[in-house]
Design a protein around this ligand. Structure first.
Ligand code: BGC
Length: 765
């Protein structure tokens, strides 16, 4: 039978998407995909004496409550409801006789966690248990191999303090005691970190009593089994860091001002976020424990025969990768460029390409290539060193580095020479700050740019109402091409336009609201659902879905194909449950380890973030489910998130905080985008015409729909005027009507938003 347009939205049928009418939601195939991603996203940080993988049949004593209290992902809208979570202890046990577990110790932790839960403690948020002395000795008599597990939990709406009263970045006193007790007695110690964001790594990196460490992140529902896959060598680690591990929290330039005020954040480090800071500013390299891009393997690789070609404004680097070790494995090869130091301050290196091999057997070789546009190396010239408000390639020598992290890379015997400064794009100043105390420069000094009051640009509405059709038409008539969308919009009353510009109460399995719902015109309710780690359902619906690893873990795979598969699998679950718009991926930048929502975001690097997010969007939209990259933009702190003002230079805004969105728009054409709660240089993102009409629609040519974040306490009238099409979770129809009648808002300004909303509906299958 032929599908009826919007069948799922209209009738909410139970239509399974699998073969022979089987459901694919939380199916075995998706769970295995999740497990694979969790293993591929884990990063092997240390492996002295090749302790890992553990020898077959070896006895292990597993320490730490995290072996039971495993955290599959973070909280809030990025959460998922699952039918089970396999913890690390269970994962190791599932490996049968590959590893022999010292059971009394794990039993002790199981009882401890049970008691904590019974007393009301929540998953991931209670302190470590004390290890009884007799158990410690018995464990030592059983084996000399100890596995220490540690976990962290964080959630939307709350940041981390990062001091000893809120152990997140640092270990708690009880954790430190456990580590000491174990390292004093066991000769072989492995650390497993089940965390959502960067934490202190110096305590194990510099401790000779600790041989191995695996950053597991929060690996979704099969994270425990994925950990066991890595411990036993069933999977060779291939994940690479997407954030820089610094010696201390204070080493991140964002830390000192993070809690300066609830009302604003000053982005004084400017473009020097993450490795752009540590690799550039004098004296900061030494403050890095593990650099960006870093990750070990159980095998070794050589990168050979790099060849560089330049055609059509692009540079392509081809090379081969050979597995020179004794185990099968995958390697990630990264390409960085270094632009000439000149008039505009610059990072020492910037990522411009990467590629991951397939699973290479020992001795096997693969040819790979990466390619990027020369114009991607241009810097935004905010103050007119060469040409104000333009992207500029400065004259001089551009160098390239190919390797396996930002430091371990070889300079290629190829340079790109430019004898004249070249403007690659002429723009105009938009979203500029009115006041910037100071911005960091490449030599570690600060400059105080000249700023002042900014007259924000306006974008007169160019939309013209069409002739209304003679007789009423439904939206299906537009779909069937018997009337144009413009005519359809023209026939809608003001009330109907106002209705469509706001969210509507939801139904079905999701707990976020929907939009549409105008049955007289055959417009069904199009439901939305969260979130990055899988389809998030309303817990009362008792529907469990596949929990994939958190976005940071997925980014550490550096595997865009895998990412696309996860996007597709997640979107199929969304579709099977009659939801149309998926509020993912989340692509804010990891500016500070303190941001409580980092687990939902990919990386400190905008290029990698953009590429991974674009891959996910392609996967999602292959199912005719709308992806919704969020939160546009500069939403890097949760405290007072609805009212905090992100004070940032235009250059950092464009090169760091908007870049990933730009990549998504240009490469993956997301059907929806969500603006953020915060203000950007004094103007709320959702009311920001310069951001939406100026940059997003004007410069990047974005044609899709824009939604607000949920219940953002901003003015619906101003949002419509700025081109933020739909207000969620509900609109302010009365205020819109009043603005229409007093002339503050024109019918055209509202109609063009509604038109974009309807265009999205028409695309949904
Ligand atoms: C979050 C969004 C989410 C929305 C709907 C907001 O609080 O910031 O990421 O999509 O809620 O749940």
């Amino acid at each position: 039978m032929k599908n009826v347009k919007w069948q799922r939205q209209k009738y909410m049928p139970c239509l399974p998407l699998g073969n022979r009418q089987t459901r694919i939601t939380e199916c075995e195939e998706h769970i295995q995909l999740s497990r694979r991603a969790a293993a591929e996203g884990a990063v092997l940080l240390k492996n002295e004496g090749e302790l890992l993988p553990l020898d077959k049949g070896v006895g292990v004593a597993i320490f730490g409550k995290a072996q039971i209290d495993y955290v599959k992902g973070g909280g809030g809208s990025g959460n998922t409801n699952v039918s089970y979570v396999r913890n690390i202890y269970q994962g190791i046990c599932a490996k049968g006789d590959k590893l022999r577990v010292f059971e009394p110790l794990s039993f002790y932790y199981r009882e401890y966690v049970k008691a904590q839960y019974a007393a009301g403690a929540e998953n991931g948020i209670f302190d470590e248990a004390e290890v009884p002395a007799d158990l410690l000795e018995k464990a030592r008599a059983f084996t000399d191999t100890a596995i220490i597990t540690l976990c962290r939990y964080s959630s939307e709406g709350k940041d981390r303090k990062g001091d000893k009263t809120d152990p997140y970045f640092y270990l708690s006193g009880a954790e430190r005691q456990m580590v000491e007790a174990v390292t004093d007695r066991f000769s072989k110690v492995v650390i497993l970190l089940n965390v959502g964001a960067m934490i202190d790594t110096s305590w194990f990196a510099y401790n000779p009593k600790i041989s191995a460490a695996l950053m597991l992140w929060q690996g979704g529902m099969e994270g425990g089994l994925a950990a066991a896959d890595l411990l036993t060598g069933d999977v060779t680690p291939s994940g690479k860091l997407v954030d820089t591990c610094a010696v201390s929290l204070e080493d991140y330039p964002s830390t000192s001002g993070f809690y300066e005020s609830d009302d604003y954040v000053k982005y004084t480090e400017d473009i020097f976020v993450g490795y752009r800071y540590f690799e550039t500013v004098p004296g900061k390299k030494e403050r890095v424990v593990y650099p960006f891009g870093y990750g070990l393997s159980y095998t070794t690789f050589s990168i050979e025969n790099p060849a560089v070609f330049r055609t059509d404004g692009r540079i392509t680097v081809a090379f081969s990768v050979t597995n020179t070790g004794k185990r099968a494995g995958r390697e990630v090869v990264q390409l960085y460029y270094s632009a000439p130091r000149g008039l505009i301050t610059k990072p020492a290196r910037e990522l411009c390409g990467f590629a991951k091999t397939g699973l290479l057997e020992p001795g096997q070789r693969q040819e790979l290539s990466v390619s990027f546009a020369i114009s991607d190396m241009a810097s935004y010239d905010e103050y007119g060193a060469v040409a104000k408000s333009c992207y500029v390639l400065e004259k001089g020598t551009y160098r390239f580095y190919l390797g396996t992290d930002v430091r371990t890379c070889e300079k290629l015997p190829y340079t790109y020479e430019l004898s004249e400064h070249t403007v690659t794009e002429r723009l105009r100043s938009l979203c500029a700050p009115e006041k910037l105390d100071r911005v960091l420069l490449e030599d570690g000094s600060y400059s105080t740019p000249e700023c002042g009051p900014v007259a924000r640009k306006t974008f007169p509405c160019t939309y013209r109402m069409a002739e209304a059709p003679g007789e009423p038409h439904s939206l299906l008539d537009v779909y069937n091409k018997s009337v144009s969308l413009d005519s359809f919009v023209a026939q809608l009353t003001d009330d109907e336009l106002c209705h469509l510009a706001g969210g509507q109460p939801g139904c079905g399995v999701s707990n976020t609201s929907g939009m549409g719902q105008l049955p007289g015109y055959d417009i069904p309710l199009f439901m939305t659902a969260d979130g990055p780690a899988g389809l998030r359902t309303f817990s009362g619906s008792r529907l469990s879905t596949t929990a994939f690893p958190v976005a940071t873990a997925l980014a550490c795979t550096w595997d865009t194909e895998l990412m696309e598969k996860i996007g597709r699998a997640g979107a199929m679950e969304v579709k099977e449950n009659n939801v149309a718009i998926w509020l993912t991926p989340a692509l804010n930048i990891h500016r500070s380890p303190l941001c409580g929502r980092n687990f939902e975001y990919f990386s400190e690097d905008p290029f990698l973030t953009g590429k991974m997010a674009a891959a996910k969007i392609r996967g999602i939209q292959s199912q005719h489910i709308a992806a919704t990259p969020k939160h546009l933009a500069v939403n890097n702190k949760e405290t007072n998130r609805k009212f905090s003002d992100s004070i940032v230079s235009e250059r950092a805004l464009r090169e760091i905080y908007l870049r990933a969105f730009e990549i998504c728009v240009k490469e993956a054409n997301p059907k929806a985008i969500m603006t953020s709660y915060n203000l950007i240089n004094g103007v709320p993102a959702s009311e920001n015409a310069e951001l939406i009409y100026g940059i997003l629609r004007g410069e990047w040519g974005y044609r899709g729909m824009i939604t607000t974040d949920w219940d953002n306490n901003k003015s619906h009238v101003k949002e419509v005027k700025a081109g933020n099409d739909v207000k969620m979770s509900h609109g302010e129809p009365e205020k819109l009507k009043e603005a229409l009648s007093n002339g503050e808002l024109s019918r055209e300004e509202l109609a063009v938003c509604v038109k974009r909303i309807l265009e999205l509906f028409l695309w949904i299958e």
